[in-house]
Design a protein around this ligand. Structure first.
Ligand SMILES: [Zn+2]
Length: 356
């Protein structure tokens, strides 16, 4: 368990807890901040390694999971990038994406926009067509078999070179009909959003949406938020909790009707504020458009969206109306035509009526 989960909220009775758990499980949901490579469970790593003739430096799944010890973003990323080396073929990417989509569908996630990090795969000689092809085939099959709809966001690995990010974008653009947007992830320290201004401009010109991680309590975080919002005019912000430290940026984000994808498992608390601030509670109270996502669940105790929301409900003392509000934001934030968003919102409204 990560630090920061200790709750200041009153402890619910067991009955109330079971009730809210059922409520969250049944609620129609969407998530936009989930890294596909961060859903690569240890069991699947062993299966893919065996299929690809790779030897892993762990005796078994339990030993691998015991190695998932990190204390900050760089130590997390070292484990994350090492883990994805088993992904080599189109079928590997299919299996990865299908497993996540099946898990999400089983948790009443109706719609998701998923991140992937192609630079890491191109580095290992995996063609872009195998990466996007496998994920796309899984999306189609999962929608047909399970009803879950999804889209795909190509992330630039910001601590790699701008050139390698541009090469990845150029390799992906011939397949742009399988993408909905581009994003920016990995280690933000020393890698400001403006490093990718040309990439974002090229992606936009190709008809893609733009989002960017602004990690909580990162160096120069307010400057990065300002650049992302004011100069790069991103369509969405991933994390972004430090905006609470700038009333001016909060006003701007509201004026622009920006949506934020908050992942309380990893970035739930602003520790640079005194006293520390609960990100989700603070952003809701500030009137920002917040959504909740699971980030890298395979590395965060295999806690997918329902568990993340149950914990968030306790920790941030969320009411049922606020939980529904989070999902209303999520469906409104979808990079989908208005009629598809309206259909999801109608399902959420029906749920709210049924549970009122
Ligand atoms: Zn992330």
């Amino acid at each position: 368990m990560l630090p920061g989960w200790a709750s200041a909220a009153p402890r619910p009775t067991p009955d109330a807890k079971a009730d809210i758990t059922r409520f969250i499980a049944a609620m129609p949901k969407a998530e936009y901040h989930v890294h596909l490579e961060g859903t690569l469970e240890a069991e699947m790593k062993f299966a893919l390694a065996a299929r690809n003739g790779l030897k892993l430096p762990f005796a078994d799944v339990a030993a691998m999971k015991r190695s998932y010890i990190y204390h900050d973003l760089p130590s997390f990323l070292a484990i994350y990038y090492d883990g994805m080396k088993v992904l080599l073929t189109e079928q590997d990417f299919y299996d990865l994406a299908y497993a996540y989509l099946a898990k999400a569908a089983s948790q009443t996630v109706l719609y998701t926009e998923m991140f992937f990090d192609p630079q890491e795969h191109l580095k290992r000689g995996v063609p872009m067509a195998a990466v996007i092809g496998g994920i796309t085939r899984a999306r189609v099959d999962a929608e047909r078999a399970l009803g879950i709809q999804s889209q795909l966001i190509l992330c630039f690995v910001r601590d790699s070179s701008a050139e390698s990010a541009m090469a990845a974008l150029d390799a992906a653009l011939p397949l742009k009909q399988y993408l909905v947007g581009v994003g920016l992830d990995s280690d933000e320290k020393g890698n400001p959003p403006e490093k990718f201004a040309a990439h974002f401009a090229k992606a936009r010109a190709a008809g893609l949406k733009v989002t960017a991680h602004c990690d909580v309590d990162q160096d120069d975080t307010l400057a990065h938020l300002r650049t992302a919002i004011v100069d790069l005019k991103v369509d969405r912000i991933d994390h972004g909790g430090n905006i609470l430290q700038s009333p001016e940026l909060v006003a701007l984000a509201k004026q622009r009707n920006l949506y934020f994808t908050v992942c309380p498992t990893f970035s739930g608390t602003l520790r640079t504020s005194t006293p520390p601030v609960d990100v989700l509670r603070g952003m809701i109270d500030a009137g920002l458009n917040v959504t909740v996502s699971s980030d890298d669940p395979a590395y965060m105790g295999s806690e997918y969206l329902n568990t993340v929301l149950v914990r968030a409900q306790t920790r941030s003392a969320l009411t049922r109306a606020e939980l529904i509000g989070l999902e209303r934001n999520a469906f409104n934030a979808a990079w989908l035509p208005a009629n598809r968003k309206a259909a999801y919102l109608a399902k959420l409204d029906a749920f709210a009526r049924a549970w009122s």
